[in-house]
Design a protein around this ligand. Structure first.
Ligand SMILES: CCCCC/C=C\C/C=C\C/C=C\C/C=C\C/C=C\CC/C=C/C(=O)SCCNC(=O)CCNC(=O)[C@H](O)C(C)(C)COP(=O)(O)OP(=O)(O)OC[C@H]1O[C@@H](n2cnc3c(N)ncnc32)[C@H](O)[C@@H]1OP(=O)(O)O
Ligand SMILES: Cc1cc2nc3c(=O)[nH]c(=O)nc-3n(C[C@H](O)[C@H](O)[C@H](O)COP(=O)(O)OP(=O)(O)OC[C@H]3O[C@@H](n4cnc5c(N)ncnc54)[C@H](O)[C@@H]3O)c2cc1C
Length: 684
C-alpha cells in the first residue's frame, strides 16, 4: 500500500521514475537527488539490461504489490506458526496468479515471486529452487515426461533432501542407503542411525509431498556412492507421512521463520527402480550398474544453486546499502558548530568508509553475477552436447564466488545495520530479516571455507598445469603468465588506471596461488601425506582462493565498464566506484601487496589518499547510486530506507501497530505487576 502524505513541497522526479510522486519528500533526501551528477534511471536500465526490461520488471512487481489477495499484516508482528501459514497461503495464491497473469517467462516468474513475497521466504522455495532443477538435471527423458508435469503443475510439492544430522559438507559420507532388490525391482531406502536422519531440507517439515533424496546406492552387494532418488513422503490424499517415513520440523532457527526446514527418516521404505533419477547413471532391472560420464554430475544441482546465490547476495547487499545510505542522508547527529544544524551522518568520513565499500561491492557483485550466469549457461549447453570439459572450472568458479560474495555480503549487511545506530536494530529497519535471510548463504549450498578450499584445489592443479607449460582455461590463464615485477605507479593518477589496478590484483592472486602450491609441495616433500599437507597449508590455500575471486570481481567490474555502452555521466560514476572498489581492496589487504615488494610504502600512501578523495566523488552521488537499484518501498520493507525519507513518521506509525499496543494496559499488569506493587507495605 502506498501512503500519500500531505503535500508540502514539489517533487521533481524524472519522467522515468516509477516511484509514486510522494507528496512530501524529506528535504535532505531531495537535496541529495538534486545534486547528483547522473540520472539514476540510466543506471537502472543498464543494470536491468535495457529500458524495456526495466519496464517489464516494474510491471511484474506492480502486479504483485497491488494485488489485494497478497496483502497481510507486517510479518514482524506474526508468530512462527502464523508466518508459516501465511507463506503457504501466499505461495498458493502466487501459483494461481502466475497463470492468470500468463507469466510464462522464468525471469518474469521470479520477479513476480520476489515482489509478492517481499522480504519473507517463498513457501515453495525449495520446490522451485532445488526440487525442479534437480529433476530437470537428473531425470532421463521418460522420467522427465512423467515427473516434470506433475511438479510444474504443483500436483506434487518437492524438496531436496541431502544433508543429514551428522553429515553436511562431506557428502560422500552420507549414511542413508538405497539398496537395490532385483527380485521386486525396487530400492529399499533406509536410515541406519540417528546421525543419518535427513536434517535441514527446506519445505520438508510440513509442506513437501516428495523429495529428491540423496542416498548411497548398493546393488549386487557393491556400493556405488551417492545417487538421487525421487521419493514420495506424504499421502496425496491427506498429507499424512507414508508408512515407514518419519517427518517433522526442526524447530526455530536464527531466521527463515516462515520456512519449515525438516527432518526425515526411512524405515526400509520401498520405491520402484525407476525412481532412481537415471539421466547419468542407471541400474538395470537385474541390478547391473552403469556409471555416469562424469563422477560429479550428481552434484550439478548445487552448482546451479551456487551460481544463483551470487545474484541473490548482490541483490540483498544492494537493499542493505539502499536503506543505510538513504537513512544516513536524513539522519542528523552531533552539533559541530554551536547553533548550526547537526550534520547529516552521511557527511562523516567514518560513515562513508562504512558504507561506500559495500555500495561499490553491490555493483561489483551485480556485474559479476551477470558474467557467472552467462558462463553457467554456456557450460550447460556444452554439457547438453555431452562435453563435460568445463564442469570442473564451473565448479571452482561458482564455489569460490558464492563464498567470496556471501562473506562480503553478510558482513556488509551487518555494517549497514550498525551504521543506522539504534534504529538499525529495530525490525522496522528491515535489517533483522534481511540479515537472517542472507546469513545462511555462507553455510548452505556448501559452507564457505569448504567452498574456497574447493576453488583452491582447482587452482593448485592449474598452477601445476601452468608450470608444465600446458594450456589453461580463460579464467585462470593469468597463472601461466610471468609476474610483472613491481607496480609501475608513480603518482596518484597512475593509480586510478583500471588496467593498473586489475594488474595489481592479478599479481597478488598469482603470487598467492603459486606460494600456496609451493607450500604444498614442500609439505609433501617433507613426507607428509597429501591430506596432512593440505591441512597444514589451509591458511595459504584459503588466501589464494580468496585473492583469485577478488581479482575475478575487479577484472569483471573493469571489463563491464570498458565493454558496455553508457552515457559519460554514468561512465564517470561507475569508473569512480570501480576505482574505489579496487583501491579500497588494496588498502584493506595492504600486507599482501607489500609482502613481496610489489608495492611500496609510498604507493600505499597514495592508495590511502585516493580512497579518501574518492569518498567525495561517491558522496555526492550516493543517494542516486542507491536509487538506481530501483527498489520499491514495498519490496525494501524498511521504514529507514523509504524513498521519500520520511523515516520518523513511518517508524512511529509502524510502532503503533505493535501487538503490545492493542490495549493501554497489558494483561500482565493485573496478573503480576499490580499484586507486586500493591502488596508492598510502603505507601506512596
Ligand atoms: C511458478 C514458476 C516459478 C518459477 C520460480 C523460479 C524460481 C524460484 C524462486 C525462488 C526460489 C529460490 C531459491 C530457493 C529458496 C530458498 C532457498 C532456501 C534455502 C536454500 C536451500 C539450501 C539447500 C542446500 O544447502 S542443499 C545441500 C548443499 N550441500 C552442499 O553444498 C554440500 C557441500 N559439499 C560438497 O559439495 C562436496 O562434498 C565437496 C565439499 C565439494 C567435496 O566433495 P567430494 O565428493 O568429497 O569431492 P572431493 O573428493 O573433495 O573432490 C573430488 C573431485 O570432485 C570435484 N568436485 C566436487 N564437487 C564438484 C561439483 N559440484 N562439480 C564438479 N566437480 C566437483 C572436486 O573439485 C574434485 O576434483 P579433482 O579430483 O579434479 O580435484
Ligand atoms: C537455512 C538452511 C537451509 C538449508 N537447506 C537445506 C536443504 O534444503 N537441503 C539440504 O540438503 N541441506 C540444507 N541445508 C544444510 C546445508 O547445506 C549444510 O548445513 C551445509 O552444507 C554445511 O554443512 P554442515 O552443516 O555439515 O557444516 P560443517 O561441515 O559441519 O561445518 C562446520 C565447520 O567445519 C568446517 N569444515 C567442515 N569440513 C571441512 C573441511 N573439509 N576442511 C576445513 N574445514 C571444514 C567448516 O568450515 C565449518 O567451519 C540448509 C542449511 C541451512 C542453514
Amino acid at each position: 500500500m502506498i501512503v500519500l502524505f500531505n503535500c508540502t513541497c514539489a517533487v521533481p522526479t524524472t519522467m522515468d521514475s516509477f516511484h509514486p510522486v510522494p507528496v512530501k519528500v524529506n528535504p535532505d533526501l531531495q537535496k541529495e537527488r538534486d545534486a547528483a551528477l547522473f540520472n539514476p534511471v540510466e543506471l537502472t536500465y543498464l543494470k536491468d539490461g535495457g529500458k524495456d526490461k526495466t519496464e517489464r520488471r516494474r510491471r511484474c512487481e506492480l502486479l504483485a504489490i497491488n494485488d489485494p489477495d497478497l496483502q497481510h499484516k507486517d510479518i514482524s508482528f506474526m508468530a512462527r506458526n502464523e508466518r508459516y501459514s501465511n507463506a503457504v497461503r501466499k505461495a498458493v495464491i502466487i501459483a494461481r496468479k502466475i497463470k492468470e497473469h500468463r507469466l510464462t517467462n522464468m525471469e518474469e516468474k521470479q520477479l513476480y515471486i520476489s515482489a509478492a513475497t517481499q522480504y519473507d521466504t517463498y513457501g515453495f522455495g525449495l520446490h522451485y529452487g532445488m526440487f525442479l532443477p534437480a529433476l530437470s538435471a537428473q531425470c532421463d527423458e521418460e522420467q522427465r515426461n512423467y515427473w516434470l508435469p506433475l511438479a510444474e503443475n504443483l500436483k506434487i510439492l518437492g524438496t531436496y533432501a541431502q544433508t543429514e544430522l551428522g553429515h553436511g559438507t562431506f557428502i560422500r559420507g552420507l549414511e542413508t542407503t538405497a539398496i537395490y532388490d532385483p527380485k521386486t525391482e525396487e530400492f529399499v531406502l533406509h536410515t541406519p542411525t540417528l546421525s543419518a536422519l535427513k536434517w535441514w531440507p527446506g519445505n520438508m517439515g510440513k509442506t513437501a509431498t516428495h523429495a529428491v533424496v540423496l542416498a548411497q546406492l548398493y546393488t549386487n552387494g557393491k556400493s556405488y556412492g551417492l545417487h538421487p532418488f525421487i521419493v514420495q513422503l506424504r499421502s496425496l490424499e491427506n498429507h499424512q507421512p507414508l508408512p515407514g517415513i518419519t517427518l517433522g520440523d526442526i524447530g526455530p532457527k536464527l531466521g527463515f521463520h516462515s520456512f519449515d526446514n525438516g527432518f526425515l527418516g526411512f524405515d526400509h521404505v520401498r520405491i520402484p527402480r525407476r525412481n532412481m533419477l537415471m539421466k547419468y547413471s542407471q541400474v538395470s532391472p537385474d541390478g547391473f550398474y552403469i556409471k555416469p560420464i562424469h563422477a560429479k554430475l550428481t552434484y550439478s544441482t548445487m552448482v546451479e544453486a551456487r551460481v544463483t546465490l551470487v545474484s541473490d547476495i548482490a541483490y540483498s547487499l544492494s537493499q542493505a546499502v539502499t536503506i543505510a545510505v538513504r537513512y544516513s542522508a536524513v539522519r542528523r547527529q552531533t552539533e559541530q558548530i554551536k547553533g548550526v544544524k547537526e550534520p547529516q551522518i552521511l557527511d562523516y568520513r567514518t560513515q562513508q568508509l562504512k558504507l561506500f565499500p559495500y555500495l561499490a561491492a553491490a555493483y561489483a557483485f551485480t556485474f559479476t553475477s551477470f558474467v557467472i550466469t552467462g558462463r553457467y549457461i554456456e557450460v550447460q549447453n556444452e554439457m547438453n552436447d555431452g562435453n563435460m570439459e568445463s564442469l570442473s572450472e564451473l565448479h571452482a568458479l561458482s564455489a569460490g564466488l558464492k563464498a567470496f560474495t556471501s562473506y562480503v555480503g553478510n558482513e556488509g549487511i551487518e555494517v549497514c545495520r550498525l551504521s543506522c545506530g539504534g534504529h538499525g536494530y529495530s525490525q522496522a529497519s528491515g535489517f533483522p530479516e534481511l540479515y537472517t535471510l542472507t546469513a545462511p548463504i555462507s553455510t548452505f549450498e556448501g559452507e564457505n571455507t569448504v567452498m574456497l578450499l574447493q576453488t583452491a584445489r582447482y587452482l593448485m592443479k592449474c598452477a601445476t598445469t601452468a608450470k608444465r607449460g600446458l594450456e589453461l582455461p580463460r579464467f585462470v590463464l593469468y597463472l601461466s603468465q610471468r609476474q610483472k615485477g613491481q607496480c609501475p605507479a608513480r603518482n596518484e593518477s597512475d593509480l586510478l588506471d583500471h588496467g593498473l589496478l586489475s594488474d595489481a590484483f592479478e599479481h597478488r592472486a598469482r603470487r598467492l596461488v603459486i606460494e600456496a602450491a609451493q607450500k604444498m609441495q614442500s609439505n609433501i616433500g617433507k613426507g607428509n601425506p597429501q591430506h596432512v599437507a593440505w591441512n597444514n597449508c589451509h591458511m595459504y590455500l584459503l588466501k589464494a582462493a580468496s585473492a583469485h575471486c577478488h581479482f575475478y570481481v575487479v577484472q569483471t567490474f573493469v571489463k563491464y565498464i570498458n565493454d558496455t555502452e553508457m552515457s559519460d555521466a554514468v561512465r564517470d560514476i561507475l569508473t569512480s566506484l570501480c576505482q574505489f572498489y579496487a583501491l579500497h581492496g588494496i588498502w584493506q589487504n595492504a600486507g599482501d601487496f607489500l609482502q613481496d615488494g610489489y608495492m611500496n610504502g609510498n604507493q600505499l600512501d597514495m592508495v590511502q589518499s585516493l580512497v579518501g578523495k574518492l569518498l567525495d566523488k561517491i558522496r555526492i552521488n550516493a543517494v542516486a547510486l542507491v536509487d538506481a537499484f530501483d527498489f520499491r518501498d514495498e519490496i525494501l520493507c524498511s521504514k529507514l530506507g523509504k524513498y521519500d525519507g520520511n523515516v520518523y513518521e513511518a517508524m512511529y506509525e509502524w510502532a503503533k501497530n505493535s501487538p503490545l499496543n492493542k490495549t493501554e494496559v497489558h494483561d500482565s499488569y493485573n496478573k503480576y505487576l499490580r499484586p507486586l506493587m500493591q502488596s508492598s507495605k510502603a505507601k506512596l
